[in-house]
Design a protein. Sequence first.
Length: 116
Amino acid sequence: QVQLVESGGGLVQAGGSLRLSCAASGRTSENYNMGWYRQAPGKEREFVAAIHWSGGSADYVDSVKGRFTIFRDNAKNTVYLQMNSLKPEDTAIYYCNAHPLAAFDWGQGTQVTVSS
């Protein structure tokens, strides 16, 4: 089984940037398409971004296009989410998992809080 550990969250002002990391341990995740998801207080978890196992293509929810970039380093079994021009509505706990089917146990996530 693959264990996922997210990190890199924090408190940032609107317009700021953060880079999230998702480190996979155990069985390798390099053959899986991976995604970032987020869950805001009182809301369902939603898809944010996904990347092909090769790193060759990516997809984003409309609300983050042009601001977020997903990329991966398969040698390090790590997937990243570079978040720029952050908005208060980006405040949520961010998780990673396989995509489109969340094949692994969910990690603890990393909290992102954007102040206005």
